[in-house]
Design a protein around this ligand. Structure first.
Ligand SMILES: CC(C)(COP(=O)(O)OP(=O)(O)OC[C@H]1O[C@@H](n2cnc3c(N)ncnc32)[C@H](O)[C@@H]1OP(=O)(O)O)[C@@H](O)C(=O)NCCC(=O)NCCS
Length: 193
């Protein structure tokens, strides 16, 4: 558990997600604007699908962290591990920040938190997958040194049943560390730690 300060000076607590957080997590997801929700991997308004994700934490196939402001969840981040041999040293990162708290450095803080966990778990390559309209996600991962590996046209379907291009980005863990170090050193964002 740790306390961080956002660019607007407000305090946030970051800690692991537990099954006791389920109801509050559902409130967080249901309050997301459709534009932020409709490209996510699962329908996050479906409680049983969210419960399965919490179960994945218990099974050790994923790590999930939430950040709270005044006891209210304002973001969630996940590091998922792969079970197949092809991807044995890979980890996939995903982050969602509540609209009112975006562009205040929280996405970066959550990714750096997940990065540290990835190092602990000996992940060598970090992957991020998103649909083409997820512009904020592409920008933040690009800023961190992720390169676009591939863009597969009309490969996935959003919540409104519209086909979208899938964008896969990745970064070697050692390069991600370099980028995070530079960010901590060079920007006013250092105070967010
Ligand atoms: C992507 C997301 C997590 C970013 O969170 P955030 O807290 O706003 O990100 P930060 O404030 O840490 O942004 C860091 C930098 O990333 C870039 N960035 C982030 N969002 C951006 C956007 N919408 N447009 C352009 N650049 C953006 C900027 O360079 C920003 O730095 P700056 O604000 O100093 O210019 C957030 O927009 C979100 O939850 N989107 C909806 C869900 C989603 O698409 N999740 C990704 C799934 S992989």
């Amino acid at each position: 558990m740790r306390q961080v300060i956002l660019k607007d000076g407000r305090e946030v607590l970051i800690r692991s997600l537990t099954s006791e957080d389920l109801d509050q997590l559902m409130t967080f997801y249901r309050e997301l604007p459709l534009e932020d929700r409709k490209y996510l991997r699962i329908d996050v308004t479906d409680k049983s699908a969210v419960e399965q994700r919490i179960q994945a934490v218990k099974n050790g196939t994923a790590l999930r962290y939430i950040s709270l402001m005044n006891d209210t969840i304002i973001s969630i981040g996940a590091l998922e591990f792969f079970s197949d041999e092809w991807h044995r040293n890979h980890g996939e990162i995903r982050v969602v920040v509540a609209r009112d708290h975006q562009r205040k450095g929280l996405g970066m803080i959550m990714i750096s938190e997940l990065y540290l966990k990835a190092v602990e778990h000996k992940v060598e390559k970090v992957i991020a997958k998103m649909m083409k309209p997820q512009v904020g996600a592409r920008k933040i991962f690009k800023k961190l040194g992720f390169k676009e590996d591939v863009r597969i046209p009309a490969y996935v379907t959003d919540l409104e049943r519209k086909t979208q291009d899938l964008v896969i980005m990745s970064c070697d863990i050692k390069d991600l560390w370099k980028e995070l170090e530079t960010l901590y050193r060079d920007s006013d964002w250092t105070r967010c730690r």
